[in-house]
Write a protein that binds this ligand. Structure first.
Ligand code: ADP
Length: 380
């Protein structure tokens, strides 16, 4: 999704694509295809660019360290990226910086998990420190589940993979009022910027809708959340865009706890394409190329972003005439991905005055549902 902004700025984007079918390869036709876990492939790719950046967090840290020794400009660098790759490292850093964490521990076996649950209360949220996304890698564990084969499998996986101490991350189950996202960007020299704090609504652990600014958020909570995200970005040496996903906890700590970090343009920042002077995609490019950052001012009082997942409609374009006619205020963004049930294939942005939030949400929902479920006449 960085391609339109790169093209606007005359920046040549090259993408190391996982396969010829991925949408990045369609958008950037010069993309070489290769395996990002293979060092020699990465080295060869790195020779063809001035700066290397990411749209996911899974490139092995050791490979990135090798590239840095080869004098490749890697942004964000591996020492920062580690905190988006490994949730135990992230929890340690949040503690070190004095920011609010849920109660947590790195547990190496079912006995340590039980001890944690007895100390903090059940159920416990058990997480694989690496490789999780959209709730895969998150399990709620009750006392009777501690000895289950599934929990044993997760411990075996953590130990086989040699993740941090072979451990899993155990967290208290936080009672939160909603989830928030504090989106920031940082240049290598230290310049930073922040967008307004967003509310992010999850369905089945997948981001479904984002509203910016988070409606009726306490102003001190919003300020502290922005400051926390900026501190994390500066102290971890992040370059590019970073999203701090937060739990809103009125009356506890500064009104929020840190959930996790993403160091790349993030789903909770897609609203910036139509709701901010500078989109997160343009800002990421500016930041990793060490260019001055753009304004994060909002273009409207409120922006609603609604994702749509693959559903009934296999040909999204077929829905355009009806959806565009009914919802002229909806900005449609699709990713060129093949449509599979449950796969994120696009999103809608709608902007307007804050006293019309209910209507703006209806427009975003209507347009997203229309594209997802549209059936052309005569279709079964
Ligand atoms: P992923 O890396 O898959 O996005 P997260 O750590 O963000 O995993 O967890 C997915 C979802 O699970 C969160 O959005 C939140 O709704 C819920 N969750 C995660 N950790 C906790 C926790 N400690 N307490 C309560 N809910 C949690």
């Amino acid at each position: 999704m960085m391609a339109p902004e790169a093209s606007e700025l005359g920046i040549e984007l090259r993408v190391l694509a996982e396969s010829p079918e991925v949408c990045a390869a369609a958008v950037v036709p010069t993309s070489p295809v290769g395996d990002y876990t293979d060092l020699s492939t990465l080295r060869e790719f790195a020779r063809s660019v001035d700066v290397l950046t990411f749209d996911h967090e899974h490139v092995p840290t050791d490979h990135l360290r090798t590239l840095i020794r080869d004098a490749v400009a890697v942004h964000p660098g591996p020492e920062a990226l580690l905190h988006a790759q490994d949730k135990i490292e992230m929890r340690r850093a949040v503690d070190r910086l004095g920011l609010p964490n849920p109660q947590w521990d790195a547990v190496r076996n079912p006995d340590e998990l039980r001890t944690f649950g007895e100390r903090t209360g059940w159920p416990v949220v058990l997480k694989t420190p690496r490789g999780g996304y959209d709730g895969k890698g998150v399990m709620l564990v009750d006392p009777e589940d501690v000895g289950s084969p599934e929990v044993a499998d997760w411990f075996a996986k953590a130990s086989d993979a040699g993740w941090t101490d072979g451990a899993l991350l155990a967290e208290e189950k936080v009672e939160f009022s909603r989830e928030l996202s504090a989106l920031v960007a940082r240049r290598p020299g230290g310049e930073t910027c922040a967008w307004d704090v967003a509310e992010s609504i999850q369905v089945d652990s997948v981001c479904d809708e984002v509203i910016v600014p988070a409606p009726e958020i306490d102003s001190q909570t919003a300020d502290s959340a922005q400051q926390a995200a900026l501190l994390l970005a500066s102290e971890l040496g992040v370059t590019g865009v970073m999203a701090a996903e937060l739990f809103e906890t009125p009356g506890r700590g500064p009104g929020f706890l840190v959930n996790e970090l993403a160091m790349r343009p993030h789903n909770s920042g897609h609203w910036t394409q139509d709701g901010s002077v500078t989109s997160q995609f343009e800002q990421h490019l500016r930041a990793v190329l060490d260019l001055p950052l753009g304004s994060t001012d909002r273009l409207a009082q409120v922006t609603v972003m609604k994702n749509f997942l693959g559903g009934e409609n296999q040909n999204l374009f077929s829905a355009y005439p009806a959806v565009m006619a009914e919802y002229p205020g909806a900005k449609i963004h699709t990713y060129g991905k093949s449509v599979r049930p449950g796969r994120k294939v696009g999103h809608i942005n709608v902007t307007g005055p804050s006293d019309e939030l209910t209507r703006l949400r209806q427009v975003a929902h209507g347009a997203a549902t229309g594209i997802r479920d549209y059936r052309a006449q005569g279709q079964a």
